[in-house]
Design a protein around this ligand. Structure first.
Ligand code: PAF
Length: 279
């Protein structure tokens, strides 16, 4: 595997490649990321991964400084997956001057759910993804469904800008007890780790209620949040949305059986976890 940090070198290395499959990451790789690499391999060749902890998508009180950085272990994992190029720019490489031009998603998608609790987050994500796409020029790029809203926003961005990159969504990788794998799980104490699957259980509760025909979505969402709060969580939201546009479903949408997804974010101790489930 070639490890490349500058944009010029990356361009030299990938010149003429028409089927590149790209997986952008912020490192601290776990099985979930590796499943993205395997999916990428099915959709293209060569597979290019990136590791870059993108300051632009972190709020001033978020965990940019303490975000886990495990470069050497990450390299070993990517080698085993047969990744051809790892693009690992420094901040100076990717942002040699202040990144003043930004990509701003529409408010409807970008300011709801995660965007409401993390102002500027999706602006930072869209800006770095656009820049990484410009560097790698992939034919396909793989994003996990764990970050459902991110996947949706990037997919719409690629469509509206007519980017030549197809966006592929990968199923969420879960531990045996249901907890979605995430780099932030490593912040959990042993006790919190044992409690953490309750988030996925809350999503399953919501899905079960909807499937059983309990269509008062506000009371179902509130019950699920109350259940978590009673166990000591601080839920930001548990929200049933339409898959197509992540807006709340109307009574008509529910009656017509519009495809739904339930999304959740909640704090356990000081760790904020997110997850979602298609209903
Ligand atoms: O999902 C992530 O790890 C990040 O948001 C991404 C897509 C790599 C952009 O920094």
């Amino acid at each position: 595997m070639k490890i490349i940090s500058t944009i010029d070198e990356l361009r030299d290395q990938l010149r003429g490649q028409l089927r590149t499959a790209f997986v952008p990451t912020m490192g601290n790789l776990h099985e979930g990321h590796l499943s993205l690499m395997r999916l990428a391999r099915k959709h293209g060749d060569p597979v290019v991964a990136s590791i870059f902890v993108n300051r632009l998508q972190f709020g001033p009180n978020e965990d940019f400084d303490k975000y886990p950085r495990t470069f050497q272990a990450d390299v070993e994992k990517l080698e085993k997956e047969g990744v051809y190029v790892l693009f690992a720019p420094t901040e100076k490489d990717l942002y040699p001057e202040p990144q003043e031009y930004r990509v701003q998603p529409p408010d409807m998608l970008g300011n709801t759910l995660e965007g409401e609790f993390r102002p500027g987050f999706f602006n930072g994500v869209c800006t770095v993804v656009t820049k990484l796409f410009s560097c790698v020029q992939p034919r396909v790029a793989v994003f996990g469904k764990k970050d459902y809203q991110q996947l949706m926003i990037v997919r719409n961005m690629a469509r509206q800008f007519a980017l030549p990159t197809e966006i592929i969504g990968a199923e969420t990788y879960r531990a045996e007890d249901g907890l979605a794998l995430s780099s932030r799980n490593m912040y959990l104490s042993a006790e919190e780790r044992a409690e953490a699957p309750a988030l996925y259980q809350a999503l399953n509760f919501v899905a079960g209620e909807m499937r059983a025909g309990h269509l008062d979505i506000f009371s179902v969402e509130r019950d699920a949040m109350d259940q978590l709060a009673k166990r000591g969580w601080k839920p930001d939201y548990i929200s049933i949305r339409k898959r197509i546009d992540l807006q709340p479903p109307s009574a008509g949408d529910l009656a017509q059986g519009a495809p739904l997804v339930v999304l959740a974010a909640a704090k356990l101790g000081t760790t904020r976890l997110i997850d979602n489930l298609e209903i």
